[in-house]
Design a protein around this ligand. Sequence first.
Ligand code: HEM
Length: 409
Amino acid sequence: MDVAALRQSWAQFCVAGPEAAKYFYATLFVIAPEARTMFPTNMQYQQDKLLSALGHIITHVDDERELTAFAQRLGADHRRFRGEDQQGRPVPLAEWHYIWVGQALLATLERFLGPRWTPALRAEWAAAYELVARLMLTGAAEAERTSPPYWEAEVQWVQRRRADVCVFTVRPNYLCEYLPGQSLPVQVPQLRMWRYLSPANAPRADGTIEFHVRAAGRFSTHLVRKLREGDQLLLGLPVGAALSSYDRSQLPLLLVAGGTGLAPLRAVAEALQQGPGRATTLVVGGKTPDDLYDDRALRELAATPPAGAWRSGAGGGWLRYVPTVESGWQWQGEVGTAGQTAVRLGPWRDTEVLVCGSPEMTRETITALTVSGVPPERILVESYDQSLYPPLASAAAAAPRDFSWTGVR
Ligand code: HEM
């Protein structure tokens, strides 16, 4: 396979940016109008995710081990997307779905590469695409043996903790295994859109999962305003490797959370409590005390001794919970953003740090901690921007990156 030709033509193609993505979907829906219902009504969010992923994978087609692992995982995950048969009944993705996407891809490349699209280049792209598609199909077939395509999960209880924040628990129809710190794709069937949410609890014997949601877009606003006990949601395969990799070291742990970014960090803290414990500080920031929507549960967790034998050199508890707010009437606790307070409680040089919150909070916290001397490689952060790959326009300029599930959700 001429990987250099694939890479060069992909870089030239990416200059077209979002226009190429629009053309790709328009072509796909002309080739296969029945594919339209598989994608969200509003394609703004999907943007060029599928297309940029495809190009990125294909241009890394020479790294066989990574390619196989990644494409098979993506194929397994794609089992949550269903086609329809002639009677409108859901069917799993099959070879013909991949052929539609392949045809739309080649037509889009042809349209935007113009005279640079030669028969030889076409043959390269077709062969590389077929390799990836086959790996995805194999990944899907193999995953059938170990996990359902998706889980149906019934909402057990819903609590509105603030006008814009809700906490709810679901019970999946089969045990849904995930690592504390990971996220799950979640679908509200009426909305036909998937979004990632992080379980806020360590895996439980009864399989129930708690989620925390703040109303920000259509999906989260629907959950906060409309979710009721008994509603059904769908869950996909868990993703994310950064926040779940905390247990590789035994260094003290600093968890810094903002808003509902608390969820995966609470799951991590709960998992530690179920073991022998580990010296852990959990800093949870809000603008005002009202933002500390999970305060009671966190105080209870901090007061619960680890299930395993906990040996604290200093004789203290295993979890130090530190709520902090930027301002608040008669507030007795720490004042400042989560990042500022975390730095004040330091130094954290021999500590592993997990940060989760809004992009601004995450940026600010990482900067504050690194300036205070925490080595950047000790700070674990999951990327929640939904972009596995550089968007088309910037991919043209970006140097080739490694791809893996690290930092992905
Ligand atoms: C080699 C081929 C393919 C690649 C690399 C690919 C890649 C991707 C990626 C990266 C996403 C975003 C996943 C996420 O946000 O969680 C995605 C979503 C999706 N893909 Fe694929 N895909 C491929 C083939 C297909 C095929 C054949 C179909 C069906 C015709 C399909 C249907 C979908 C749908 C329905 C979504 C979700 C859209 C949404 O709800 O936002 N994909 N794909």
